[in-house]
Design a protein around this ligand. Structure first.
Ligand code: MOS
Length: 755
């Protein structure tokens, strides 16, 4: 047995609970006297409610109440009470606040009944009359009104222009100036949003919520309903995916708490898949990319201008264009990012917000430039490799991107690529090979953890973070077990509970590095205490030893110099008169050290597509992802994270699109039949290789985070492969077969008229 766990492909410690159904989700906590709330949603996108007729619903035996803006229990009137940790600037949406409708699907009533079925039926009887006002949901039609967003916390505005991009562009040997379009997309986690509020009596609430942050939502509930923090506990031991949709409290939380307080009983509100489409989505965007280069491929200018949607009531923005000023060495750069307020719910962070679509445009444009130059797209990237970040003039804390290109290309067989589009075939299929670069932030944020080692040698470590499917339970257990040299089975990690030590929302790929560093630090404190006890044992072989002289492994503390001499942790614990050892820590990032560097993870994504020449169907037959994400804590969970991101990239490239009918201002394909995501038949060979980096700057663990990097660049790699296969550049996602066929027909027409 060994207790070196960090870097090992340990199975998920919560895997058994998940596959056997013991893991419970927010809508699965059954308590006595539970009432069920069903939401009635607005069918218009903008206007006012003139009348809500509820008596038909209320007359049904078993219907308890219908809450509307006319009878909703009191809640805070201050905007700031509704501003959660992740809220962008503005005035957050408040359910049932007044008669105003701001987006289609907005909740306008909550029907509460003794059973879910009854509540659902009663909801169908609620009649709402509206005074309709004209709405605007079409970004393409309104893009002329784009303006700067109000600065948002943690989001840098586009850097100031450097050099003169327009002048350099005009003089360059090769130029491209194109526009890319990415539609709105939805997170679509498997677990729908739901909240079960348990009325504990005396005003105390225990809340099982589908969210990414227990304390974020606890604070929200306390501020909005003016409750003391000690009266509200938010729990989320398991979360069935979220991808950013749960970074902010969603409206079912407000409605469930409101109803529980109003009725003084336990209430559950669960949303349908349809009811999840009005909120949280990736904003629709247009991006202009103008690149120019010398004949040898040296980048001469780079212009990247993005336009995205936001809502009328909040200014949502993302980190989109600054990557373009950083990723390649270029002296003439102009970046821009603007938003257009529309009559929609505020968009929301979705897996690698900003980078996922910003890098789609940049990396597609780099491919277009390479084609223009008749240069290998990998060579073009190497030619312009950024040794430091020209946006800030800072060095990278670590950047093994060159190695990613090299190892990924080798694994993929890139050297065998025939450069000319439409030149590689297999039967009826055109084969295309494309590549793209990925980049994401390696953030560390303040986090706390607590550790309790009991006399029987069992360790429990806890922090209020979440595990949204990422593997947090597992990697935290590994870090704790290794630090104290205990078997995995003797270590329990607890999370998803607002009463645990402070942690932010799980997001930004910062959980492994941030919470992990707190777990490591708290276990090191425990380690010191156990060691002190071990030394004080009667005739202890460690009597004269210092902490640096020993190793904690296999449940024992042994001398480096003579591993046969040592003390078991259980013996050491007995020395303490049966008392447990309890420690807690808060770890804050070392800002003065970190701020001198740019801290990012990188990747090189290679994709192969097979395109049926007659039918236009596209299959992503192979993806090789070479990942530089610092130290890999668990290659199994890390690989799953990257694979998941790549599957998302396949979806983004070929399938995903939330379609608004602008006549109604509503997302029309609001279900998983019509909102397409990759299924097993769409996912083929995905090969993930890790290029490990030693990085002591990003955080004490050296881990950069894996949740988001995988999607970044993947859609571009696939789009570039489609171009290589077909000779057709589809700049509007998703790349569906109709676009490929129409584009092919257009090309044949053009050839004919040229001839
Ligand atoms: Mo992520 S989009 O920070 O959940």
């Amino acid at each position: 047995m060994t207790t070196n766990y960090i870097g090992q492909p340990i199975d998920r410690v919560d895997g058994n609970a998940k596959v056997t159904g013991r893991a419970k989700y927010a809508a699965e906590y059954n308590v006595p006297n539970l009432a069920y709330g069903v939401v009635v949603s607005s069918v218009i996108a903008k206007g006012r409610i003139t009348k809500i007729v509820t008596n038909e619903a209320l007359h049904l035996d078993g219907v308890i109440q219908v809450f509307t803006h006319e009878n909703a229990p009191a809640a805070s009137s201050l905007d700031k009470s509704y501003q959660d940790d992740v809220a962008p600037p503005g005035s957050p949406f408040r359910p049932l606040r007044d008669d105003r409708i701001m987006f289609s699907g907005q909740p306008v009533a909550l029907v509460v009944a003794e059973t879910f079925e009854l509540a659902r039926y009663a909801a169908s009887l609620v009649r709402v009359e509206y005074q309709v006002e004209p709405h605007e949901t079409d970004l393409a039609a309104k893009r002329g009104q784009a303006r700067d967003p109000t600065p948002r916390r943690f989001i840098d505005p586009p850097i100031e222009p450097r050099g003169d991009a327009a002048k350099a562009f005009a003089k360059a040997a090769a130029q491209i100036d194109v526009e890319y379009s990415v539609p709105p997309e939805h997170h679509n986690p498997i677990e729908p949003f739901a909240t079960t509020v348990v009325w504990e009596g005396g005003g105390k609430l225990t809340i099982y919520d589908k969210t990414q942050g227990s304390q974020n939502n606890q604070r929200y509930v306390c501020k909005v309903f003016e409750l003391p923090e000690s009266d509200v506990r938010v729990l989320l031991p398991f979360v069935g995916g979220a991808f950013g949709s749960g970074l902010r409290p969603q409206y079912q939380l407000f409605l469930a708490v409101m109803a529980a307080l109003g009725l003084k009983r336990s209430v559950r509100v669960s949303l349908t898949r349809q009811q999840m489409f009005p909120f949280a989505h990736r904003p629709q965007t247009f991006q202009r990319l103008a690149l120019s280069a010398a004949a040898d491929g040296t980048l001469k200018s780079l212009t990247h201008e993005a336009v995205a949607e936001t809502s009328r009531f909040e200014d949502y923005s993302e980190q989109v264009v600054n990557w373009s000023g950083e990723l390649y060495h270029c002296r003439n750069v102009k970046l821009g990012y603007k938003v257009v307020p529309l009559d929609v719910c505020t968009p929301c962070d979705m897996r690698a917000p900003g980078a996922a679509w910003g890098l789609f445009a940049l990396e597609s444009a780099m491919d277009e430039l390479a084609h223009e130059l008749r240069m290998d797209p990998l060579e073009l990237r190497l030619k312009n490799y950024a040794e430091k970040d020209l946006n800030t003039g800072k060095r990278f804390s670590s950047k093994a991107l060159r190695e990613c290109y090299k190892q990924g290309a080798k694994r993929f067989g890139w050297a065998k690529r025939v450069p000319e589009p439409r030149s590689m075939r297999e039967g009826d299929s055109l084969i295309g090979w494309g590549l793209a670069t990925g980049v994401w932030e390696a953030m560390q944020v303040p986090a706390s953890a607590k550790a309790v080692l009991t006399p029987d040698g069992k360790l429990t470590v806890s922090s209020a973070t979440a595990d949204i499917g990422t593997g947090t339970y597992t990697i935290m257990t590994q870090i704790a077990a290794e630090t104290l040299g205990l078997p995995i089975a003797d270590v329990t990690f607890e999370l998803g509970d607002s009463t645990l030590p402070a942690a932010p929302v799980e997001g930004g790929s910062f959980t492994a590095g941030s919470i992990g560093s707190a777990v490591k630090a708290v276990c090191e404190k425990v380690r010191k205490k156990v060691f002190d006890r071990a030394r004080k044992l009667k005739s202890s072989p460690l009597g004269d030893a210092k902490l640096n002289d020993v190793t904690f492994a296999n449940g024992r503390i042994v001398l480096h110099s003579d591993p046969s001499r040592g003390v078991s942790i259980a013996d050491a614990m007995r020395q303490g008169k049966g008392r447990s050892i309890e420690e807690d820590v808060s770890v804050v990032p070392n800002d003065s050290k970190q701020s001198r560097y740019v801290r990012h993870s990188h990747s090189a994504i290679f994709a192969e597509v097979k395109v049926d020449e007659d039918l236009g169907t596209i299959e992503v037959s192979r993806v090789v992802a070479a990942i530089a994400g610092g130290r890999i804590l668990n290659p199994k969970t890390a690989r799953s994270q990257i694979m998941g991101g790549i599957v998302w990239g396949i979806g983004m490239a070929l399938e995903e699109e939330s379609v608004i009918d602008h006549k109604f201002g509503r997302f029309m394909n609001h279900n998983l039949a019509e909102y397409h995501v990759p299924v097993n038949a769409d996912v083929h060979d995905i090969d993930v290789l890790f290029v490990e980096e030693q990085d002591s700057i990003v955080n004490p663990l050296g881990a950069k985070g894996m949740g988001e990097l995988g999607i970044v660049g993947t859609a571009a790699a696939i789009g570039n492969a489609v171009f290589h296969a077909t000779g057709q550049r589809i700049r509007t996602l998703p790349i569906t077969l109709d676009k490929v066929l129409i584009s092919a027909a257009g090309r044949r027409e053009a050839q004919k008229s040229a001839a």
